[in-house]
Design a protein around this ligand. Structure first.
Ligand code: SAM
Length: 259
């Protein structure tokens, strides 16, 4: 039986039954997708969980992208898509996992240099910048609370590496007035590359209270090393207050006492 809304004189929209408070049932997603897109448009769910959005988008002939941090979510979604759309759906989408090991990262570098570069930048905490002479990404930080914003320029190399590339990053550091240059490489650096990096010298980081190497080389191996991966880049991740400077707030107590 059709229920009519007497005010608008249209068929009444049936209420959505929810089992838990944050649940987003397929009917709700159908309404959102219907109201905001046409067949062929692209639907993105960046926290796609069990895949209701992508399943509904597929049903409604939209293109879709789903992102989830949990591997199990991807498995659940693939299973759900197969059940609803049959095995042939497997040929119509692609799963792009984040490299979970050094071997995965090497395979990604062989397969797709740009995807490898994007992954390496994310992994060190940098943002991709517009293609520029020798720079793939940038990171900003503060050494101390009233200090100027400092720049780290990043270069990622997914293939062979040369001393010339390290020299080129040194040039980019000077050009951009960057405090630190970060050279991320899939291959181990040669002694010539290390020597070139050392030539860039050090600077005194007030935040860390010690000298920091200005041109740092990080290998993909380092990014998976249980010890090094916690802090692959040597820079003050948190700005430190300067004690005694007039007008500054009281220093924040830390676990090690006051800085
Ligand atoms: C409530 S569920 C999403 C439900 C989904 N949007 C839907 O409509 O059915 C939230 C999901 O976000 C994922 N998640 C949490 N943090 C994330 C992150 N940083 N990146 C990607 N996914 C993340 C969780 O693994 C979880 O599957």
């Amino acid at each position: 039986m059709q229920v009519w809304d007497l005010l608008s004189f249209r068929p009444a929209v049936p209420p959505i039954k929810q089992i838990f408070p944050t649940e987003k049932p397929a009917t709700l997603l159908e309404r959102i997708i219907e109201a905001s897109s046409k067949p062929g448009d692209l639907v993105l769910d960046p926290f796609c969980g069990c895949g209701t959005t992508v399943t509904v988008a597929e049903r409604m002939q939209r293109r879709w992208v789903g992102i989830d941090i949990a591997k199990i979510a991807i498995e659940v979604i693939e299973d759900r898509l197969r059940r609803e759309h049959g095995d042939s759906i497997g040929g119509r989408y692609e799963v792009r996992p984040e490299p979970a090991s050094l071997e995965d990262a090497q395979a990604l570098a062989d397969e797709d240099k740009l995807a490898f570069e994007a992954w390496a930048l994310r992994r060190v905490g940098a943002q991709k910048s517009h293609p520029d002479r020798g720079i793939d990404g940038r990171m900003y930080y503060h050494d101390h609370l009233d200090g100027e914003t400092k720049l780290i320029v990043v270069s990622v190399k997914g293939g062979g590496v040369t001393t010339e590339q390290v020299r080129s990053l040194r040039g980019a550091m000077e050009r951009e007035n960057a405090a630190i240059g970060l050279f991320v490489t899939r291959r181990r650096p040669t002694s010539g590359m290390r020597a070139e990096a050392a030539e860039a010298g050090e600077y005194y980081s007030a935040g860390l209270g010690r000298m920091v190497q200005r041109l740092q080389i990080v290998t993909v191996e380092d990014l998976f090393d249980p010890e090094k991966k916690k802090r692959p880049v040597d820079f003050p991740a948190e700005a430190a207050p300067i004690l005694g400077a007039p007008g500054l707030p009281e220093p924040i107590p830390t676990a090690e006492g006051r800085r």
